[in-house]
Ligand binder design. Sequence first.
Ligand code: CP
Length: 300
Amino acid sequence: MKDLLGIRELSREDIFSFLEAAKRHKPAVQDHKLRKNQLAGASMATVFYENSTRTVMAFLMAGEYLGITAKDLNVATSSVTKGETLIDTGLTLEAMGVNAIVLRHSMTGSSHLLARNVDCAVINGGDGNNEHPTQALGDAFTIWQHKGDFEGLNVTIVGDIANSRVARSNVFLLTKLGAKVTVAGPATLLNGNMRALGAEMTTDVAAAITGADIVMGLRVQLERHKAAHFPSLAEYAKFFGINMEVLKRMREGAIIMHPAPVNRGVEISSEVMDCPASVIYEQVTNGVAVRMGILERLIK
Ligand code: CP
């Protein structure tokens, strides 16, 4: 495997090998004494054309924990602002000896384009509303640690489905591993393609959460909306938000997830975000472990 561009291309074996690697690496994220310089001498660059806290920092921290020289190219102050192309930016980093580039870009397929034009590894850190494979692998690792298996699990994803690369990557991954996935949200933010990908689709959030083992909230991505998709944030929260009342319907022992960042009080209430069933910050820790496994596999 040269690159990690999407979940769509991965086999079950690939996915489980990433989950096993994350399990191996998680203790090193939690205890600095266990960190090793196993990839000393290697180097990676994060190149983010869209903002990020978790993905960029998780990759930089994962790199550091493996002994990799890890640098962020601040795109806003880079020569991209002078008109340098994506491919030329990648070739420039490669000419400096970079072994892996983690790319986030608003264009669907941007990582595929870069991967075809450089020899170093390219990792998709999110491309438009297409895929966010490293987020989905981290989410799967979190589910696996809590539930032990995916077969027959009821996973409900609630929110701005149409604009969500996290939803797409999770639907690819979870259906591949035998989970039943339902996506729910306002009709204006659903995406008919989800049915073709194997998910069920509804506007009835309460019904979708009934009997769920996993409830995953998604951020309302206002920055991607070209028109109003609901009258107000207050109305969105009232009809489609995840709150304590609606959570009474999930299965006992169910967990609440969210890729974050979170609009507290909009797609998910603060009470839900901070309740014992919420694993949202554990997802962040697991995101570093899974990215250590990804770097290890691609850079090796
Ligand atoms: N979940 C996620 O991709 O978060 P960031 O946008 O902060 O990287």
